[in-house]
Design a protein around this ligand. Structure first.
Ligand SMILES: [Zn+2]
Length: 137
């Protein structure tokens, strides 16, 4: 396999909680299905747009707080949301979490929402109701 994260994926990990970013950077080393970090930290403006279009169902997304990432399958040079690619990514992420005893904290969207949002991983229970970026303002 031997996949690696590209520049765009690494850039999208900026601002993501270090424990979650660590899991992602370890998972890419062992995954049997290549993936890209499609989205990490999300602005409130983008969240509002996603809610309006129906692509999200909340204004309190973990993405706003650096506590979620979307790992989208990378197939033939482009992202794919086909569910058939996701079990392999899921196995890789969960193997890393088990290895480092963090399996109860980071949850997959498909497990949380009954098969919806396979690419989504979030640090459930660690929601902070403020935006860390605002602390520096
Ligand atoms: Zn997501």
């Amino acid at each position: 396999m031997n996949y690696h994260l590209g520049k765009r994926s690494m850039t999208n990990l900026i601002g993501v909680h270090p424990a979650l970013a660590f899991v992602v950077t370890e998972a890419i080393k062992i995954t049997e299905q290549d993936f890209t970090v499609f989205e990490g930290v999300r602005s409130l403006e983008r969240q509002k747009a996603l809610l309006a279009s129906g692509d999200s169902q909340t204004l309190h997304s973990y993405h706003l707080y650096g506590l979620a990432v979307d790992l989208v399958a990378w197939v033939d040079g482009q992202p794919s949301w086909d569910p058939k690619y996701y079990p392999a990514i899921n196995r890789a992420v969960k193997a890393v979490m088990a290895r480092y005893n963090i399996n109860s904290t980071i949850e997959n969207g498909a497990d949380i929402w009954n098969g919806w949002d396979h690419p989504h991983w979030q640090m459930s229970g660690m929601m902070a109701y403020y935006d860390v970026r605002e602390l520096a303002a």
